[in-house]
Write a protein that binds this ligand. Sequence first.
Ligand code: ADP
Length: 355
Amino acid sequence: MNIGRVEEALKSVVHPVKERDVVSLGMIEDIKVDPEKKAVKFKLVFPSPDALSSSIKKNCEQAVRDAFPGQDIKVGIMELVRERKIEKKVNLEMGQEALANVGHIIAIASGKGGVGKSTVAVNLAIALSKAGYRVGLADADVYGPSVPKMTGTESEAPLVDDSSGKEMIIPIEKYGVKWMSIGYFAKPDQPLIWRGPMASNALKQMVLQVIWGELDFLLIDLPPGTGDIHISIVKDIPLSGAIVVSTPQAVALADVEKGINMFRSKDINKPILGLVENMSWFTPAELPHNKYYIFGKEGCKKMAERFGIPLLGQIPIIQSIRESGDNGVPIALQEREDSAAFASLATKLVATLTH
Ligand code: ADP
């Protein structure tokens, strides 16, 4: 009993209207086989509600049973409708097999630390997932991995699967997103002091040695700044592009310019999908119509215009963004006005990539 045998069996199930088999239509995902328990599980995904879904499901179950005659196989099929799906865009090189079924890989960068890069990355991942996309986030901030804390997964220890002959890490799944962070491999009180090649290798492992499976978006939370580590990761990973996060403050913007120049350099040459301005203004609860531009007004907007880059979003300073990050329950999970900025960022990003 193995995954290949199950997939082979499912190829005999033909969608009666589309006249193609369910495997080649991309309707089968995440096949899991447990030979000891004689159990097979997989997802059966319909691109839109389908009147034939229950008969197709029955046929899939029968096809798997027929493939293992005489054995009392347990077949678990999770049926779901996913109307949105990004087509695979990544061109792979050797060593990048983990990314074979990933639509877009997007680096989240910042010129400086503390501007909210990780906050934006985590909330954008959740907002994309809530919009129906399959999302993963690799926290490659070797110096200050904050994804475990922001997602309340600090106590998780990812498992390693070596059934393919290569050690691959299984990501942590929570809030509808697959998370991987270098922080899962270090104790909270243990400083991460990797430098140079060791840091860039550890960081690449967080992306290339993970069982991502099928994803529409894989976000990579890069360390702040620009340097050799960044150059090595952005060169070796097939990015669709980068998002640069900054506050509107002049000192932060000076470093953004360095970041833009790095992505645009001849050596790297990856598109910048847009800028995100964080901590754009503050509105006190008792004065809901007032905006205070604490870090300056529209700094990123002007910068975006100067460099011909879209401004993907402006996110105000909101106490609950900070609190929810500290509590491990990101604000984008909640249906409230404060999370609207991230939902709109997700919509704009998708529009940028699909038009
Ligand atoms: P970076 O990844 O750039 O170092 P973080 O995402 O860790 O920055 O954010 C730094 C701090 O600022 C965190 O405590 C975070 O909760 C807070 N923060 C980020 N963005 C906002 C915001 N829009 N409103 C309030 N607090 C924010």
